[in-house]
Design a protein around this ligand. Sequence first.
Ligand code: AMP
Length: 555
Amino acid sequence: MSEAAKPEGERRKFRAIKGTRDILPPDSALWNWFEKTARGVMESYNFGEIRTPIFEETELFARSIGAETDVVSKEMFAWDEGGTGVESELQEYWISKHLDELTKMDRQPIFANRARPDLVVRRSDGVSVVEFKRATVSQATIADIKQYRKVFQEQFPNETSAKLLLVFAEEPSDFVRHLTNANGVEVEVLELPEYEPRQSLALRPEATASVCRAYIEHGMQMRPGDQKLYYIGPMFRRERPQKGRYRQFYQIGAEVLGTSDAPAIDAELIQMLTVLLERCQIEKYTLLINSIGCADCRPKYVELLRAELRKPEIFSKLGADSQRRVETNPLRVMDSKLPEEQAIIEKLPKISEHLCADCREHYDKLKKELKLREVPFTESPRLVRGLDYYMRTTFEITSPILGAQNALCGGGRYDGLVEMLGGPKGIKGIGFALGEDRFIDAIQEAKKIHATRPVDVFVAWMGERAYPTAVRLARVLRGEKHTVELPPEELKFRKALERADKMGARYVLIIGEDEIASDMLTIKRLADGKQEKISEEALVDFFRPPAPTKEGPGS
Ligand code: AMP
């Protein structure tokens, strides 16, 4: 039986996907109030809004956030798109063109014949080519490549000089070459002739990479002064949903891009956040700051940390994730929330004690600048932040009222990012992203602000003759920016009052037979029931100035 033919109770119902949700009135009024307030605060610091697409090339995120971070390697919503559709023909063509070269190679290129959907394996006159379609190389990719090598070695145990021939759908970046080499995978890279490759696209897990991409694409470094940009919008991460953690969540963020890395920029940005917290009347929060050094001093510290973590008495006490990170990214061990690792982490060397002179000076100045602005902060030597692009200043704001997912906001400096994404040299950057979902939770928990969108006037019309007047006056009042509810069908007087009351209307404009006959209107104030008669001409003046606190905070 078709779904439509089934009785109502048996028809399949749709639900929002796990980790996503609907935001309904009256909650949406609080969201709107918050966004308006955030815009107001950021614009008062001379930030302008930037709107970027919600999807980009996967590699943009892989390269900026880091291919090995959880966000990129596990949590991205990515898919393949486009392409000319004649890839296989081109590939045959390419193989036939290069057959000579390939057969003359002193070692046989290799292959795996257990193709995965994202790998295309072809054979032609005894030569196999693995086209590696993913443009990015992550830990998972490296594992795949190693697996293929293993399969090959099992199949051809006597072949010693085997190399894996990877044909990238796009020109492989230095980054890809570096990562594969660094992981001990010998790679022979050949490029396909020009054709429009299939692109891997992803929903944005954050917006800094997009903002930097847009900055570069539009040559925004040519504009005068630092570019101070903010954004508001949804982000997507395939995380395990739980309270305060969604797969589609909303961030408001700001970035400052320019040639200066003056600590005053960092301090202004952080102060701006505290002003927003103040406007939201969130009093219980902690601002944590740290400096994670630069390309000069951090690698030395990371090595020191790694050496410490490798010590058997320490290594054996770490969980599996941290043990893995000792090799891949030891800084992130500092980030661990595992209770049994906390005592060990406390004793590890702190990056703040290993900063180079420039980074130390930058950090000291930042603290001075924050004090000058009377922004209270707590230093947290463990604050390393999860994304790869950060350097020097990092900060986070947490609130105890949020429970387990207590981070309201995080940010930091990323001076090399624009250049790494192919932009001009010497552009510095700093930014933050705050979790709007969590801000809203914190505002609701603090119970200081109750944004609503009240109805100013409920038009209670009774009788055919009253209706045209009701329609006309509703329009006049809406033109004056009042929120007006006009019932589409006639209601009995008592019913109209009840409904107006339930909606939280401030006034009821009563238009009945008597009002039409006497050419006078009745206005009832619901707060105290006070009622008065006025003429139509006096109506607009009666409600002027417009009723306050529309979408505004009430306490
Ligand atoms: P991040 O980009 O990871 O530094 O996140 C910045 C802020 O976004 C965090 O401090 C959270 O407030 C918020 N956030 C991050 N991931 C999520 C999520 N899955 N659900 C809700 N909020 C999130």
